[in-house]
Design a protein around this ligand. Sequence first.
Ligand code: COA
Length: 161
Amino acid sequence: MIAPLDDIDRIMSVMERAFSAEFGEAWNRRQVGDALTIGNCRYGLIAPDGAEHLAEKVDTAGFFMSRAILDEEELLLFAIAPEYRRRGLGHRLLSRFLSSAKATGTARVFLEMRYGNPAAFLYAAHGFQEIGRRPSYYRTPTGDRIDAISQELIFQEYSDT
Ligand SMILES: CC(C)(COP(=O)(O)OP(=O)(O)OC[C@H]1O[C@@H](n2cnc3c(N)ncnc32)[C@H](O)[C@@H]1OP(=O)(O)O)[C@@H](O)C(=O)NCCC(=O)NCCS
């Protein structure tokens, strides 16, 4: 999926606000652009009112990026800008991502996240389950080490919320 430059701007505007620099989770513009020129990566946006298609002047509240490999899809990035959080947009965007993955024949969705990220509550609410850990995968500037948690969702067990 090739993204128009405007959409890369939209993704970057959320990326720069949503991820704490402490954990090094944000991607730069080049990484996003490169990923979205590869055929098996896709993305989705969400407006502050939950709309999927954003009119020109509308702010971007959040985005996801994912990569499909055979009948599996990895959720690479998922974020809602801080000022739009805790009003259900994360739930809506994740439901939209999962429904579209299921509709295109994906059997399993996979992701990795930092241990302790409150996103775990969101993923659990949609049926993700922990399947593994990479000990000390993240390192903070102060030298703390944090595990990466691998999670999966098997679509046989998923119903749209
Ligand atoms: C995780 C994130 C996408 C949630 O977005 P959101 O729009 O606030 O999500 P919602 O309002 O739909 O809430 C979803 C659920 O997540 C959980 N949640 C979200 N933020 C939380 C927090 N700070 N503390 C505890 N639970 C939280 C809650 O269970 C919430 O459901 P509830 O409000 O019904 O209790 C957002 O906080 C974010 O972008 N974080 C930074 C980027 C990131 O870490 N992304 C995930 C990478 S793996």
